[in-house]
Write a protein that binds this ligand. Structure first.
Ligand SMILES: Nc1ncnc2c1ncn2[C@@H]1O[C@H](COP(=O)(O)OP(=O)(O)OP(=O)(O)O)[C@@H](O)[C@H]1O
Ligand SMILES: [Mg+2]
Length: 244
């Protein structure tokens, strides 16, 4: 199963991605957790504290696979081996950090983008493992080709107007790219009234609504280096996803 997680900044994408990765791993699945958000912190939330080099910094490898020095490069380099070679394993989860493209436009057809997109494509189409991608709010690495291999996109929202508007924009982009199923997770719910509003607003799109969790807030205030606790609803979301 291939799962992409997106949503507005701070809604809980990384927390959910890490919780789902752990839940799948605990249930015996082989898991790839992918940090595709340029503003990356999935590693820390998974409890990986040694620095993980982002793929985008592997300049020699990119040059070797994609080319580019003469202004010519291949759009579909073979990168299947990169997934094993450059991932970090932790608690039964393989972790890869994509890193961010430094070019002005992330839509550019530069060698680095070509490389990252090929890595995502390879993950989605050549792997039997469960793949969970923390995408950040921007989903531009999800090209039309790759998006077709994503089984479900989970969009995180907080119970605010602006966060739901962002979710709609992301949903539109994801549909256009060809993601089949798009579900919404409402996070940080503080009252029954909020729960009712998001339920009314989102209808069948809603896969789970997750209460505001004070222990997560405390962990965020505390600079300790223990893993964050999981999102309480990860189990429910896991069961819903595997039951389909
Ligand atoms: N249900 C919740 N209750 C309370 N706090 C939460 C909850 N879910 C996430 N948080 C906290 O909200 C903050 C943002 O969460 P997280 O980093 O997962 O969001 P994000 O969408 O990945 O953010 P970014 O856009 O910066 O990558 C974190 O401090 C996290 O612990
Ligand atoms: Mg994040």
């Amino acid at each position: 199963m291939k799962i992409a997680v997106s949503g507005k900044g701070g809604t809980g994408k990384t927390t959910l991605s890490a919780s789902l990765a752990r839940t799948f791993a605990e249930n015996g699945y082989d898991v790839y957790a992918i940090d595709a958000d340029p503003d990356a912190n999935l590693a820390a939330v998974l409890g990986i504290y040694e620095p993980v080099r982002p793929l985008i910094d592997l300049e020699e490898l990119i040059e070797e696979r994609v080319g580019g020095s003469a202004g010519m490069f291949t759009l579909n380099p073979d990168v299947d081996d990169v997934l094993d070679e450059y991932s970090t394993s932790h608690d039964g989860i393989r972790f890869l950090r994509m890193g961010s493209v430094k070019a002005a436009s992330s839509a550019c057809y530069c060698p680095e983008n070509s490389f990252l997109r090929s890595v995502l494509n390879s993950l989605v189409f050549t792997r039997n493992e469960v793949v969970i991608m923390d995408m950040g709010a921007g989903i531009e690495h999800l090209t039309r080709g790759t998006a077709a291999g994503v089984d479900v996109m989970l969009i995180m929202v907080e119970p605010t107007r602006i966060s739901m508007q962002t979710a709609e924009v992301i949903e539109g982009l994801a549909r256009e790219a060809g993601v089949g199923e798009i579900r919404v997770v409402a996070n940080k719910i503080r009252s029954d009234r909020e729960r009712e509003i998001v339920a009314g607003e989102l209808g069948d799109k809603l896969i789970a609504s997750v209460d505001f969790d004070d222990t997560l807030l405390e962990r965020a205030l505390d600079a300790g280096d223990e893993e964050s606790p999981g999102l309480a609803a990860a189990d429910d979301i896991f069961r819903e996803l595997v039951s389909r």
